[in-house]
Design a protein around this ligand. Structure first.
Ligand SMILES: NC(=O)c1ccc[n+]([C@@H]2O[C@H](COP(=O)([O-])OP(=O)(O)OC[C@H]3O[C@@H](n4cnc5c(N)ncnc54)[C@H](OP(=O)(O)O)[C@@H]3O)[C@@H](O)[C@H]2O)c1
Length: 323
């Protein structure tokens, strides 16, 4: 039985990972929660399923964390985007506690470091800290969730599951292929990856599909019988949006809205102008392809998700809101 400490189990990615570990079996799962969240109903529900809580403020220093992390084989972090650097303490404490594999909070689209995406740069800062510590690791990225990758329909039929309703945007020429994973399959992949010796000290990417926006629009049109208007945004505008969001952020706009604007615009620049989020680029960066590692595992396809959407079974991310 592999003993896993999961950070962020009540979040979108963390819930998928929790479900995946449970479905796979063979894991003893404990949950790291911050003191201010220990009494939340979502935490209590998980505790009631028999999981021990490790209540800890990871920002409060390394020493108090070390005894709490002793005995874990694996730590998986699915911490919120804005708290990536809080993982630096966890890395140091995990090293001192003798943790055998640390999975930092990746779970993002593929992109290189270095001024393209602030969020990527923070994740890579955590990776560099892992490397400096000689801590065994696996970095897992997933492309973009199916659940935030479909346009609206003129009838409004899928708005119930849309992160942004009324979205008819096509970026650039709409032809950039992108890696996509169903949010629910992230955990199912993770559960295979973290017990696989081949993935130790490696980067791995998951995918359920690789599609362009053009292909997604056409798939939605065919399945729904509706014609979707296209609101084309030029490459120049995508770049301008990213530059402006970064300038506002650097001038001190750091609230949730400003952060989301920065992340979204920089993701768009990376995915649709630079065309970073592709299998070819992932492999160039040294990632292993989880589809090749686990040929017997069939992740959900985007077409299947479209069917779910059209039959009212889509899932709206962050339906409970985000803190
Ligand atoms: N590929 C994609 O399309 C995509 C989309 C969205 C996000 N992501 C990535 O997924 C990752 C996770 O994001 P998410 O949106 O899934 O997260 P989320 O839903 O916002 O959940 C974050 C989790 O982290 C916990 N948390 C926050 N601060 C903590 C702390 N100091 N100590 C312990 N736990 C803490 C939260 O618990 P409490 O708040 O209850 O304490 C919550 O369980 C991010 O790195 C992001 O880049 C990828």
């Amino acid at each position: 039985m592999q003993k896993v400490l999961l950070v962020g189990a009540t979040g979108e990615t963390g819930k998928s990972i929790y479900d995946g570990l449970v479905e796979e079996g063979g894991y003893e799962i404990e949950l790291l929660v911050r003191p201010s969240s220990a009494e939340k109903p979502a935490v209590k529900t998980l505790e009631a399923k028999g999981h021990k809580l490790v209540v800890a403020d990871i920002d409060a220093g390394i020493d108090p964390l070390v005894p709490l992390l002793k005995g874990f084989d694996t730590i998986i972090s699915a911490i919120q985007p804005g708290s990536q650097l809080s993982q630096l303490n966890l890395v140091d404490a995990a090293r001192s506690a003798g943790v055998k594999r640390f999975v930092p909070c990746g779970f993002a689209s593929i992109s290189p470091r270095g001024g393209i995406m602030r969020l990527r740069d923070q994740k890579e800062e955590v990776h560099d800290h892992i490397f400096r510590a000689h801590l065994p690791y696996t970095i897992i990225d997933v492309g973009t969730w199916f659940q935030i990758s479909f346009p609206s329909l003129p009838s409004g039929r899928v708005d119930y599951a849309s992160f942004v309703a009324g979205n008819f945007t096509i970026h650039a020429d709409g032809k950039a292929p992108k890696i996509l994973t169903d949010l629910r399959d992230i955990g199912r992949f993770v559960a295979k990856i973290v017990k696989d010796e081949r993935t130790l000290n490696k980067r791995v990417y998951t995918a359920g599909d690789v599609l362009s926006e053009d292909e997604i629009f056409q798939m939605m049109e065919k399945a729904s019988g509706e014609e979707i208007p296209r609101k084309q945004v030029s490459r120049e505008q995508i770049k301008k949006d990213a530059d402006e969001a970064l300038a506002a952020f650097d001038k001190g706009a750091r609230d949730q809205v400003a952060m989301m604007r920065l992340y979204r615009s920089q993701y768009n620049y990376s995915k649709y102008v630079r065309i970073d989020n592709t299998p070819e680029f992932a492999e160039y960066l040294g990632y292993l392809d989880a589809r090749k590692l686990y040929p017997g595992f069939q992740p959900r396809t985007f077409r299947e998700y479209v069917e779910e959407l059209l039959t009212g079974k889509g899932i709206k991310p962050y339906a409970q809101g985000r803190e």
